[in-house]
Ligand binder design. Sequence first.
Ligand SMILES: O=C(O)CCC(=O)C(=O)O
Ligand SMILES: [Fe+2]
Length: 247
Amino acid sequence: MLCRGELKPTPADLRPMRCRYVHNNVPFRRLAPLKLEEAYLDPYIVIYHDVMYDNEIELVKKMARPRFRRATVQNAVTGELETAHYRISKSAWIRTEEHKIVENIVQRTEDMTGLDMSVAEELQVVNYGIGGHYEPHFDFARKDEVRAFQGLNTGNRIATVLFYMSDVEQGGATVFTNLRIALWPKKGSAAFWYNLHKSGEGDFRTRHAACPVLTGSKWVSNKWIHERNQEFRRPCGLEPDHGEFAI
Ligand SMILES: O=C(O)CCC(=O)C(=O)O
Ligand SMILES: [Fe+2]
């Protein structure tokens, strides 16, 4: 139902949502503000519009194409990366230093989130063909996944920025299954949410999925930001937070 677009938010759901220009206290963004649209308030999920430009998208796609491999997931028990029937797509990683344009995208992601990008993972580019999808999951590691992100030593994935690098003719929404909302891909926009509460606990309300692509092809890229270095940007709290936003 969510994937089909049949569960529309009611006027009462939409009533408190706002769109606004934001600068997030970044001096440059006072001149070039970002377009923010609220998609959900608690947990806070926003869409930024027009934050990846067509020339950037073309370049990122060009860099990703020759590197594409069948996307993998991390086995919760062994920590090994493996293919799974519940994630059908191709993915590739692009390092920030590889191109000035990628550096610009990462700087913009910092402006959008107010978070330190030195502990973010590289840009993960993903392409879903017809039938491509990703079943409901969390982006953060659960307590029992002891080996997750071990090599990185930067803590858990505090936040996700998901860039939409194409429109999708039919299907392909990102759906939050507990919140019962669907985000429809729009080329150049990006979704941003925190995966963890301020206490560092995983926010289980952020469970989400990529619906199957029915017609066309879907391109996204993920920027996953980690916990380390964020203590002044998003201070910790003892309690799980509710609907507060750091920026
Ligand atoms: O492609 C999407 O809409 C969501 C992708 C996703 O959740 C992921 O790659 O972790
Ligand atoms: Fe995800």
